[in-house]
Structures are given as structure tokens and as C-alpha cells.
Design a protein around this ligand. Structure first.
Ligand code: HEM
Length: 455
């Protein structure tokens, strides 16, 4: 204090102003000379920190809606962070997501999905390990296996439709579809259900399901501010130890951990072939099949747990959208009903695939719902890459969302409209060929990480 008071008056103000100017000049110099300075910026502060532009848009949940508007103005490449570039270009998508691509998943984001320290197919970033795991999982996901799942699906669909028929009031579609998919996928993965349909039919959404969804909305915090998230976790652990009170989010997540461990133990207690088999359907379970194939128990458990995310939110959102759209397109619904009646309401997969109106309805529903509304960040490999005349060095994060291409007006005129006829011939008797439309139809992404559940 004595030193400061002995300095000439106004000195402190000059010193602060000087430091500020030096910081700004340094930042401007860095921004102008860094290797991504030629890429248009999403916002003034985007090159300085991803917390300045990307994080607030992720936190509000609007990033996949806001970026296409910026791409319209700024072109196919837009910088959204110091080392991160968003791209809206199918040509670039093909380079980055082609089979055998060297652009690995961004560990900052995919690491946030790892369960108990055991990466599963969705969160594995190493391409070699990913390819080995994918081969193993093909045992239950390949197209040839899908008809074997018919009984399992019908069992839960029947339960669900009966509950809807008995419901005294209007049904909340997203919640009820979520319950249906949660039971199907938990049964498929563990050989037993989380009991979501029962809970929903009794008037409540199952906390295990609702809180896993809520966790997804915290992903921007988990991946951008991992230190803060860890502190929140420790705080709630302390709170629970001292007071016995646990916030609803952690209670729901804890319920799911307990349920999955118990279900996994029950499944793997049975020996030999039985360990892999679902008692209801006779279909091999995911967890049992992976354990039987030599995957360590905790990794097989992580795979089954992680499957609950990508397997249920996408399918339930798509189903809810299709049902809503059918309710608002009465004539199409009537025609589809007649087609299904003609085949005796068969549930055989090949028969259903043979009905053009059914295929058009599902394809348009999946397109229109755009359920995988996430950005899929990848790391530029050694040597960098040139895209749209711009060089992007090794380590740059390149990111895009498959849903942008599904709502692209070039390939899908009036993209916001649910229009199954865009897939059909004018007389609506057959599916119509359209290579541009099919090129843009990438709801399951492409290449090595194409959705394993797409069948
Ligand atoms: C309409 C339904 C679905 C849509 C739109 C969809 C979409 C996607 C997309 C876009 C990806 C790529 C993600 C990335 O690269 O990060 C993906 C991956 C994945 N999906 Fe799906 N999905 C659907 C249904 C399912 C189902 C039913 C399951 C499981 C039963 C599933 C399990 C997975 C898994 C495990 C991955 C990771 C694949 C890998 O990295 O190799 N999905 N999905």
C-alpha cells in the first residue's frame, strides 16, 4: 500500500490500460496469424475460446439450429472455437466420415459418454479398437438378426398399445414412446426391462429414464467444464453422506446404476448358452453375447448401459413424430391402414418392407424427426486436410450434424413439411428413385461409425 501511494497519481489507471491494450494486441495478433484465421468466424470471440461462442449455443440447445443460418451467410466452413470448425457440406462429410477414415472421434466430447471408465462402441475413439468391438456387436445387430427380435418387440408393443387403449385421457406421445423404447432396449440389452411402460401407465415417468435424459442436457457442462461437473458430483456425494438427501438427478442415475448391475449379475449368473439368451424372446441379449464372446464383464456391462442412450432417444423421438404426423394426415393414414389390412396386419419385417407406403412413411418420419440432433466432432489427422480451398491443420476439430442434410431444401423441397409422397411415384404405388434426395438422406450418418442400430 505504501508503495502504491508513493506512485504519481493516475499511474495505476495507465498501468491497467497498458496491460489491457497489450492483451488485446496479443489476442488480435494470435487471431490474425493462427492457422485458422482464414476461416470465417461464427462470432467475434469464437477464435478466442469455445466458451465464448460454442458453449452458450450448446447450453441453450440451439447450436444445430443456429449454425445452418450462419453457414447460409458465411459458407461451408465456419469457425466456432480456437481450434474448431463447423462444416455444412456433403463433400466434406464424405471425406471425414468415409469408411476407413482417419478422422477420429473428438475425445473431449465422446469421453463424456464413457460409463465407469469403460468406453463402449459409441464412445471408443481409437479406430482399431472400435472396428474390433463393432465386429463383435454385429452378432446381435446385423440385418439377418432383426427378424429374430420380432417377438421381443411385439411383446412390449402389445403391452404399450393396451395401456394406451385403457388410458382415460389424451396420451403424451413423447413420454409414452420413450417408455416403450426404454423397455424394448433394456430387454434387448439386459434380458429384462426397466419397467418404463408400467410406470408411465401408472401415471409417472420412470426416474431412471427421465434423469438419463436430463443428464444429456448437462452434456455441454460435462464436456466444456469437466472440473465444475466433478465439483458438483463431489458436492452432492458430501450432501448425501451428511444429510442423507440426494438431488433427484443423482437419485435417478443411481437407480439406473443399481438396476443395471443387478440385471447384469442375474443374466451372467446363468451358465453357458443360457447366459446370452433373453428369457422372453429366446433372442441373444447384448450383454450376454458380449460376455460369452470374451469381453471383460465390466466392458460388456458398460456397452449395455451405454446402449440405452443412442438406442432409445432416437427411436422414441422418431416414433412420436411419425404418430403425430399420421394423426394430422388422415388420408395418408387411411391408405396406409388399407395397405396393412391387405397383408393381414402382418408383423413380418420383409412383408412390411415390401409395402411402399410403409417404407415412405418410415423414411419420411425419420427424416422429418431428425432425432440424432447432435454435432459429431472429428479430429483432423496428421498432415491436415484441405476442404473448400482452405487448409485445416492436424488437430483441428471438424464438426457437422446429420440433421442439416435431412432438412436441406435442395434435396427435400419444403423440408419442414412431413410429406411421405416425396418418396413415391405420382400414383403412390411404388417408391420413386431420386439420387440427390438419397445422397442427402443420412439420418444414421455414414462410414465406420454409421449407426449400428439402423437396421
Ligand atoms: C431412428 C433411430 C436412430 C437414429 C436416427 C440414429 C442415429 C445415429 C447416428 C447419427 C449415429 C452416429 C453417431 C456418431 O457418429 O457419433 C449413431 C450411432 C450409434 N447408434 Fe444410432 N440411431 C438410431 C437408432 C439406434 C438404435 C435403435 C440403437 C441401438 C439399439 C442405436 C445405437 C447406436 C450406437 C451404439 C451407435 C455408435 C456406433 C459407432 O460409433 O460405431 N441407434 N446413431
Amino acid at each position: 500500500m505504501a508503495l502504491l501511494s508513493s506512485l504519481p497519481s493516475g499511474w495505476l489507471a495507465y498501468a491497467i490500460a497498458g496491460i489491457l491494450i497489450a492483451v488485446i494486441v496479443r489476442l488480435l495478433y494470435r487471431v490474425r496469424t493462427d492457422p485458422l484465421s482464414h476461416v470465417p468466424n461464427a462470432g467475434l470471440l469464437a477464435p478466442i475460446s469455445r466458451l465464448a461462442w460454442a458453449f452458450p449455443h450448446e447450453y441453450r440447445g440451439t447450436i444445430t439450429l443456429d449454425l445452418p443460418k450462419l453457414h447460409d451467410k458465411l459458407g461451408p466452413l465456419v469457425r466456432i472455437g480456437p481450434t474448431e470448425v463447423s462444416f455444412y457440406s456433403l463433400d466434406a462429410y464424405d471425406v471425414i466420415h468415409k469408411a476407413g477414415s482417419k478422422f477420429e472421434k473428438d475425445p473431449r466430447v465422446y469421453g463424456g459418454f464413457v460409463q465407469d471408465g469403460h468406453p463402449a462402441l459409441f464412445s471408443i475413439t481409437d479406430p482399431g479398437e472400435h472396428a474390433r468391438r463393432r465386429r463383435l456387436m454385429g452378432q446381435v445387430y446385423n440385418r439377418s438378426k432383426v427378424p429374430l427380435l420380432e417377438e421381443l418387440m411385439l411383446h412390449h408393443i402389445t403391452h404399450w398399445t393396451r395401456c394406451i387403449a385403457r388410458s382415460p385421457q389424451a396420451v403424451d406421445l413423447p413420454v409414452s414412446c420413450r417408455a416403450l423404447e426404454a423397455d424394448i432396449i433394456s430387454d434387448f440389452s439386459f434380458g429384462t426391462t426397466v419397467g418404463a411402460i408400467g410406470a408411465w401407465a401408472n401415471g409417472g415417468e420412470l426416474a431412471m429414464v427421465a434423469k438419463n435424459d436430463e443428464l444429456a442436457s448437462w452434456m455441454p457442462v460435462i464436456t466444456n467444464l469437466p472440473g465444475l461437473w466433478e465439483k458438483l458430483e463431489s458436492l452432492q456425494t458430501c450432501l448425501a453422506t451428511i444429510t442423507g438427501y440426494q438431488p433427484a438427478l443423482w437419485r435417478g442415475l443411481g437407480d439406473f446404476v443399481e438396476w443395471s448391475h443387478n440385471s447384469f449379475n442375474t443374466l451372467t449368473k446363468s451358465k453357458g448358452e443360457d447366459a446370452a439368451i433373453n428369457p422372453t424372446s429366446g433372442f441373444p441379449t447384448l450383454a450376454g453375447t458380449l460376455t460369452r464372446s470374451g469381453l471383460p464383464a465390466l466392458t460388456a456391462l458398460a456397452e449395455a448401459k451405454e446402449n440405452m442412450g443412442p438406442g432409445t432417444d432416437t427411436t422414441s423421438a422418431s416414433l412420436a413424430h411419425v404418430l403425430w404426423a399420421l394423426a394430422h394426415n388422415a388420408s395418408f393414414q387411411d391408405e396406409l391402414y388399407r395397405d396393412l389390412k391387405r397383408v393381414g396386419f402382418s408383423t413380418d419385417m420383409t412383408t412390411l418392407e415390401g409395402i411402399p407406403r410403409m417404407r415412405a412413411c418410415v423414411k419420411e418420419g425419420v427424416r422429418w424427426a431428425g432425432a440424432a440432433a447432435a454435432m459429431l466432432p472429428r479430429v483432423v489427422p496428421q498432415g491436415g486436410v484441405e476442404l473448400h480451398g482452405m487448409f485445416l491443420p492436424e488437430g483441428t476439430i471438424l464438426t457437422s450434424s446429420p440433421i442439416w442434410y435431412l432438412r436441406d431444401a435442395t434435396a427435400f423441397p419444403n423440408p419442414d413439411e412431413f410429406n411421405p409422397y416425396r418418396w413415391m411415384t405420382p400414383d403412390a404405388t411404388e417408391l420413386r428413385q431420386d439420387s440427390l434426395r438419397d445422397k442427402y438422406y443420412i439420418p444414421f450418418s455414414k462410414g465406420a461409425n454409421v449407426c449400428i442400430g439402423n437396421q
